[in-house]
Design a protein around this ligand. Structure first.
Ligand SMILES: Nc1ncnc2c1ncn2[C@@H]1O[C@H](COP(=O)(O)OP(=O)(O)O)[C@@H](O)[C@H]1O
Ligand SMILES: [Mg+2]
Length: 259
């Protein structure tokens, strides 16, 4: 998100179709940028196609353009701790510092061995050593994970992450997932800290502005309202908030278009 202009987004929607998510996006950015962040984890949750990936990408891009931040995008279907360590190790602003500190991760299959250094053999230890340097340099690390499921990789990663937070490391986590997957993960007994982490529920994007519908149908308020009332009464649409309508059956709009 570029400040003041949310429309320079790359998902190919024209400004009229763009649904503003600025309040949610700003809340996350503001919290993550606090000097002493009150919260270092957010989970974006919603149905397929509700704009989770787009919003996560906007936040990651925004922080990634700030030289104080290192953004690591991780794949939930792979070993997340290893991926975090290897991506962090090669991050351009820190690589020289890691080399200078003689951090040798060659035993973990990361980077080359360093003459005379004792190679680190444990992945959490490797991350620990790097995060000390990150913290010293007053940098922050954002980890994004798109479409989490309750799998081993994610569980192991989150449980290590809670230790990183406890150690007061400047690490931040932004995950997206379907409601059911996020809920399963939050209810894992070993991941208590996720239970308290805020979820940002994303409304389906098919919520239509009444003003747009009236424009499209060339109707004014008085001749539109009987239709609105009838559709509401029949339970075909709901009014999730003032000035908005949503079709109750998922994809019913597509069905109508096809007929
Ligand atoms: N704020 C928004 N306003 C309008 N369209 C959006 C918005 N966010 C996403 N989209 C569109 O909706 C589609 C689904 O978004 P995506 O982020 O992939 O959803 P999800 O990750 O929840 O499945 C994309 O094609 C994107 O172009
Ligand atoms: Mg997605």
């Amino acid at each position: 998100m570029r400040p003041g202009n949310p429309f320079t987004l790359s998902f190919g929607k024209s400004p009229e179709e763009y649904i503003s998510r600025i309040p949610q996006t700003d809340e996350i950015l503001r919290t993550f940028r606090e000097e002493k962040p009150s919260n270092q984890v957010y989970m974006l949750t919603g149905v397929r196609g509700s704009g989770k990936t787009v919003m996560m990408t906007q936040i990651a891009d925004e922080l990634g353009s700030d030289s104080d931040w290192i953004v690591l995008n991780l794949n939930p279907e792979r070993d997340l701790l290893n991926a975090m360590a290897s991506k962090l190790y090669v991050s351009e602003h820190l690589q020289p510092a890691f080399t200078k500190a003689r951090i040798d991760l060659s035993l973990l299959g990361i980077g080359l061995s360093i003459e005379g250094a004792t190679p680190v053999s444990d992945i959490e230890m490797a991350i620990d050593r790097m995060l000390r340097i990150v913290k010293n340099k007053k940098k922050r690390v954002l980890i994004t994970i798109d479409e989490v499921t309750n799998n081993d990789f994610v569980r192991v990663f989150v449980s290590s992450f809670q230790i990183m937070i406890r150690q007061d490391f400047p690490v931040f986590l932004l995950m997206t997932g379907l409601f059911e997957n996020i809920n399963l993960l939050q209810n894992e007994k070993s991941l208590t800290f996720l239970y308290r982490a805020p979820k940002v529920p994303m409304d389906p994007l098919d919520k239509m502005a009444v003003s747009d519908i009236m424009n499209n149908l060339s109707l004014n308020k008085s001749n539109f309202s009987p239709y609105r009332a009838r559709l509401l009464k029949k339970g075909i649409v709901i009014a999730p908030e003032r000035g908005k309508l949503s079709i109750v059956l998922p994809r019913f709009d597509k069905f109508v278009q096809l007929q």
